[in-house]
Design a protein. Structure first.
Length: 132
């Protein structure tokens, strides 16, 4: 990954044709960009893990009883392309924002969820309920 300039640079670097296999060390840079561009750096870094998932590409979970990580994002280990990975991470970050900042039930695709659509669009990303 090139040293981070902008999201557009990264998306361009990876291209849209290539499948993107997610490694844990690729997450941090993209997380920081999204946090800055979309969430005004209001999100602390949650625990993020990757694994092969069935029926979903991403998942946000809140567990107030967890001993270590109350906020957790799980990402699928393989994406159609790099942009899909960025969009899924962004989607789960909206759920995180809903829970952490708005104190909402995290799993809802409600008005507040879609209020981020414009900010996503501004940096070339889609915010949708389902991606495939
Ligand atoms: Zn969702």
């Amino acid at each position: 990954m090139p040293r981070t300039k902008s999201l557009a640079t990264l998306i361009n670097h990876y291209g849209s044709e290539r499948e993107f296999k997610l490694k844990a060390n690729k997450i941090s840079d993209v997380y920081k960009i999204l946090n800055r561009e979309i969430f005004n750096n209001r999100l602390k870094k949650p625990y993020i893990l990757t694994r092969r998932m069935h029926g979903a590409l991403g998942l946000f979970e809140f567990n107030p009883y967890a001993t270590k990580h109350c906020y957790r994002i799980t990402l699928h280990n393989k994406f159609k392309n790099f942009q899909e990975f960025v969009e899924i991470l962004g989607h789960e970050m909206v759920h995180y924002y809903q829970k952490l900042i708005l104190k909402q039930n995290s799993a809802k695709h409600n008005k507040e969820f879609y209020s981020f659509k414009r900010k996503f669009k501004k940096i070339g990303l889609n915010l949708k309920r389902v991606y495939r």
